[in-house]
Design a protein around this ligand. Structure first.
Ligand code: NAP
Length: 328
């Protein structure tokens, strides 16, 4: 039996339609739209596409979104200076530095950049203050991909409380915040990674299985308990015909590859659709949610900053309760 499709595009559209009145209300109140500063270093083709989509979605939602570009040869100091400008800008409520950064910037470049972004403008939820607040379940700015997945599950009537959840991947941007968000919603959570012994056996304990590895077709049916809900975070740009034929022989996706010469492929093997109870597709699953949550975070940051500038209090706490009420 084919798994129920978790329609990320539809849920993202719902979220965007909820964000629209909040954008209008902020703009009327503050006399300017919420502002997002995006910084792109270098010309990584995938990053170019992600950034273009973010700019387009932000503009459609009525946000002000500016792109600051730096060449691949830029020094880390140049990037830090741009972040500082955005930190001080009154017009920018959110700052997003697109990763990955060029390797030449050094192994600790991303950490230095994320540490420098003001916590109240950190719409990627990567600043240590926001991560700490997430650990304590009182965050206002949470990484967009995992918070989007929580929205997807909640709005698709997937029950989280009491479920056994397994997250494959332990990155700062997806795996760790995903595990925390699931735990806060009362799932019993296991985190797996490249050193996990007998990963398929661990994964098969899951009622909710989230894969954030970045290996096309890695998660086969052996990893999945029949009826489980499977969320595919992986997005790998595949140009190798053998991989595409192995995964998608005789399907429309192979035709798409023939036309474009490349295909975005998730971690989850297509055969999982025969075993899982529900499954998020790639594309059209987690990707659109990430952008919708970025818009939501930018408006939340704008509202919080405006409230602080007016000396209002209690707003942040209220919003935290509202958000939790929404997803429980
Ligand atoms: P990452 O930082 O590379 O982390 C990958 C994780 O997978 C690591 O924890 C790694 O384990 C684990 N892993 C690698 N090989 C493994 C194996 N053979 N068995 C078990 N675990 C393994 O990647 P990320 O930033 O979290 O992203 C993961 C994927 O999600 C990528 O495809 C990325 O493009 C995609 N993504 C999509 C969106 C979206 O909006 N759709 C957003 C963000 C990311 P170790 O820690 O042990 O190395």
């Amino acid at each position: 039996m084919a798994a129920r499709v978790l329609d990320g595009a539809a849920v993202a559209q719902q979220i965007r339609s909820e964000v629209a009145p909040a954008v209008a209300a902020f703009t009327a109140r503050a006399g300017r739209p919420p502002g997002l500063g995006i910084v792109l270093v270098g010309e990584d083709p995938a990053s170019e596409i992600y950034v273009r989509n973010k700019l387009k979605s932000a503009a459609e939602a009525g946000l002000r979104a500016d792109l600051r570009r730096l060449s691949a040869a830029a020094r880390l100091e140049d990037l830090l200076a741009v972040v500082e400008q955005l930190n001080h800008s009154e017009a920018h409520d959110g700052i997003l530095v697109q990763s990955p950064l060029p390797a030449a910037m050094g192994a600790d470049a991303e950490r230095r950049v994320f540490d420098l972004i003001r916590a109240d403008k950190d719409v990627d939820g990567l600043h240590p203050i926001n991560v700490g607040r997430l650990v304590q379940d009182r965050a206002t700015l949470v990484a967009c991909t995992p918070s989007g997945i929580i929205e997807l599950l909640a709005r698709s009537d997937v029950s989280i409380a009491g479920a056994r959840a397994v997250v494959v991947g332990r990155s700062d941007i997806v795996g760790k915040p995903m595990a925390l968000l699931l735990m806060h919603r009362h799932a019993t959570v296991t985190i797996c990674h490249s050193r996990t012994r007998d990963l398929p056996a661990a994964a098969r304990t899951a009622d909710i299985l989230v894969s954030a590895v970045g290996r096309p077709g890695f998660l086969t049916r052996d990893f999945v308990k029949p009826g489980a809900c499977v969320v595919d975070v992986g997005t790998t740009q595949v140009t190798d015909r053998t991989t595409v034929e192995r995964l998608f022989a005789g399907t429309k996706r192979l035709e798409t590859f023939e036309k474009r010469g490349a295909l975005v492929v998730g971690d989850v093997h297509p055969e999982v659709a025969d075993v899982a109870g529900a499954l998020s597709p790639v594309p059209g699953g987690v990707g659109p949610l990430t952008i919708a949550m970025l818009l939501k975070n930018t408006v939340a940051a704008a509202d919080s900053r405006y409230a602080v500038s007016r000396g209002w209090d209690g707003q942040e706490r209220r919003r935290g309760h509202e958000r939790r009420a929404l997803v429980r």
